[in-house]
Design a protein around this ligand. Structure first.
Ligand code: PHE
Length: 481
């Protein structure tokens, strides 16, 4: 194997890479997940910790991942093989590729299920299912009608399986065709349209009566809501789960820690600024998440909705807004179509690393590799589907206080976002900042050793990132009490 060019092709320009990486980052993590876990951990303080994690952990690791991918020019598994061989480092580091690829299977399995919910909502909103709620004058009745639609969907495994299957097939179709062609064009139009629609929705949120309250919830920093729980007589227990969740969300939302961005970095032409690309991707991802919060919390508060309701939050909030606004049916359908597209451009980046690896082994065509990976992940996705209906009472780890209420979906989500991705992230940070020769880093970054950006990045990646991730990790799994 040489590392001159990637066998899978190359991005046609720097902007295409930036768009593809941003397409990977911006997805359900921003619009579906960010608002509900922000609510789960009490609002402002969570957002604050999240932003710090993005800057101190997310950005440096994203640069490191792109750099390694650009050097190795293969799937994460083989890229690690090539780069460790080139620099005569231990084979141990190859675990980054293997673990990430395994983690990708798990993430894709449930990602496709939620992508399926989004598709179902294109049809539900687009067929005018929520247009009559404007006539109901009682807020409680509106809320119960809207959440009734969601609960009905969750209670119907057949319908969920159908949408999950369609979403997985869409993902597989793009992967069979290779990363360029269709993908490049889809993202080109999707990202700007998504921003436009989000800004229009922000305008709507501003017109709701509790806009100020929603904003305060998101930006007023209240650490006790994040850090303490189980209060009895004014005495509360310290609980690091909120910080762990903020860090896990950083990894998930930026698509780092499992090789997705590394795989995209492998298709990068030589003369591209990694720093600039990573900065643009991180900024746009963060902006979309913040906008989603600014939209969802005011609408929820204004309609008397409970914000701490978990994965149903977006699906129970936005349809109320679409039900009330002029052209809501059309506009709502457009919103969910864009969300499907955003999820789609993310899911393909999760499926690309294992497929690229199988193709490189020489034993599979792109088609057969995609088929094998897609079907495996699809089958695993059934566990998530059943977590919302026939297995909703199945709580396999309920003997541990932390997982008392956790369904299979919750456990897969926890294992991937809060354990595997941060673990992968630490390994990448340590490998790049402690084991790769400086000359190699400078060559790939196309920088001089005394450039302040290089020095800041190197220092953060070497000390702050691994120590930060490590501490949060140990603290929350209780080793450090
Ligand atoms: N970042 C994507 C999102 O926010 C999800 C994702 C996770 C994509 C991991 C790739 C790898 O929706």
């Amino acid at each position: 194997m040489t590392r001159e060019t990637s066998v899978h092709g190359e991005w046609s320009s720097r902007w295409v890479f930036i768009l593809a990486a941003a397409g990977s980052a911006v997805g359900l993590g921003n619009i579906w997940k960010f608002p509900y876990i922000t609510a789960e951990y009490g609002g402002g303080a969570f957002v604050f910790i999240y932003l710090i994690c993005v800057l101190m952990i997310g950005l440096p690791i994203m640069m490191a991942e792109i750099l390694v991918g650009k050097r190795g020019k293969h799937s994460p598994i083989n890229t690690l093989k090539i780069v460790t061989a080139e620099t005569k480092q231990s084979k141990f580091w190859q675990i980054i590729g293997w673990m990430g690829t395994f983690c990708g299977f798990l993430i894709l399995s449930y990602y496709s299920v939620i992508g399926g919910w989004t598709m179902a909502y294109v049809v539900k909103v687009g067929s005018g299912m929520f247009s009559h709620i404007d006539m109901l004058h009682d807020k409680a009745m509106i809320v119960s009608q809207v959440s009734g639609v969601f609960n009905q969907l969750m209670a119907n495994p057949q319908e969920l399986i159908l949408w999950h299957t369609i979403f997985m097939m869409l993902t597989m179709t793009v992967i069979v065709g290779g990363v360029q062609g269709g993908l490049e064009k889809a993202i080109l139009y999707m990202m700007p349209s998504l921003f436009i629609v989000l800004f229009i929705l922000v305008g709507y949120a501003m017109s709701t009566e509790k806009f100020a309250e929603g904003i305060a919830f998101m930006f007023k920093i209240n650490f006790s809501a994040l850090l303490f729980s189980d209060c009895v007589d004014g005495y509360c227990k310290f609980n690091g789960q909120g910080i762990l969740a903020a860090m896990g969300q950083t990894f998930f939302s930026l698509s780092i820690g499992m090789g997705a961005i590394m795989a995209y970095g492998a298709y990068l032409p030589k003369h591209v600024s990694i720093t600039q690309a990573a900065t643009i991707v991180v900024l746009s991802d963060t902006l979309v998440a913040i906008l989603a919060g600014i939209i969802i919390f005011p609408i929820a508060f204004s309609n008397g909705l409970e914000v701490n309701q978990g994965p149903s939050l977006v699906f129970n909030t936005l349809p109320i807004a679409f039900g009330h606004m002029p052209y809501g049916t059309l506009f709502g359908a457009l919103f969910f179509i864009l969300l499907v597209l955003a999820a789609w451009t993310s899911s393909i980046s999760i499926l690309e690393p294992p497929v690229a690896w199988m193709v490189e082994t020489g034993r599979f065509t792109r088609f057969s590799a995609t088929l094998v990976c897609g079907i495996l992940s699809w089958a695993l996705g059934l566990l998530t589907i059943f977590s919302f209906n026939i297995l909703s009472d199945f709580k396999p780890l309920s003997q541990f206080a932390m997982f008392k209420e956790a369904t299979l979906f919750d456990l897969i989500d926890f294992l991937t976002s809060n354990i595997l991705l941060p673990l992968g992230g630490i390994l990448i940070a340590v490998f790049v900042a402690w084991f790769l020769p400086k000359a190699l880093l400078l060559e790939e970054l196309q920088m001089k050793a005394n450039h302040w950006v290089y020095r800041a990045w190197y220092f953060t990646l070497r000390y702050i990132t691994p120590v930060g991730v490590g501490l949060i990790f140990l603290k929350s799994i209780g080793i450090l009490a």
